[in-house]
Design a protein around this ligand. Structure first.
Ligand code: ADP
Length: 187
């Protein structure tokens, strides 16, 4: 489904990254993950990476101006013209407005909230910390990421629900089952 302009919302550890890749493939649109782009910039030691790293390591959001500019650049690339899946953006009310202006009237077609219970996500993130050693997967930083999500990002669910765009999908259970729920929600 080209021309799908989808935002995937959900707390850290809900499985957004895994599902975003699968769903994007299914839809034939690029998956754009702000977390992945930031991590790549950190690894490549770019100026953007150096700026973002201290926030990421602390579990805080990178400042809106920086993130907005990065996403605007990415959405302007040719592969995103006919649709995209955004994973990890928008995460603040200011980013919602900025995305609205970037899309200039085209608007989003879907917003999916991938839901997950807190105990389960903390467990998943701690397991991932052991397996992959991501810098922001320590217990205290995980706790901070969940707090920041609850304060700044969870309210966006209501914003998109009011616009009639929101679909909630249960992110618990086997990965394949979650993918099936997601594709069914978009059909
Ligand atoms: P999470 O597992 O916490 O959802 P992500 O991989 O999506 O992780 O993002 C990792 C980090 O990158 C975030 O904690 C934050 O510092 C930064 N980041 C990603 N997306 C955004 C955004 N839209 N606004 C601000 N910071 C962001």
């Amino acid at each position: 489904m080209t021309n799908t302009r989808l935002v995937l919302l959900g707390p850290p550890g809900a499985g957004k990254g895994t599902q975003a890749a699968r769903l994007a493939e299914h839809l034939g649109v690029p998956a754009i993950s702000t977390g992945d782009i930031f991590r790549r910039n950190v690894a490549d030691r770019t100026e953007l990476g150096q700026l973002a790293q201290k926030y990421m390591d602390a579990g805080e959001y990178v400042p809106d101006e920086v993130t907005n500019k990065m996403v605007a650049g990415r959405l302007a690339e040719p592969d995103a013209v006919d649709g995209f899946l955004l994973d990890g953006y928008p995460r603040t009310a200011a980013q919602v407005s900025e995305l609205d202006s970037m899309l200039a009237g085209r608007g989003l077609t879907h917003v999916i909230e991938l839901t997950a219970d807190t105990d389960e996500v903390v467990q998943r993130l701690l397991n991932r910390a052991r397996e992959q050693g991501r810098a922001d997967d320590t217990e205290s930083v995980i706790r901070r990421r969940l707090e920041v999500y609850a304060e700044q990002t969870a309210p966006l669910v209501d914003v998109y629900a009011e616009r009639g765009l929101l679909v909630q999908v249960d992110g618990m259970g086997p990965v394949d089952e979650v993918t099936e729920r997601l594709t069914a929600a978009l059909a």
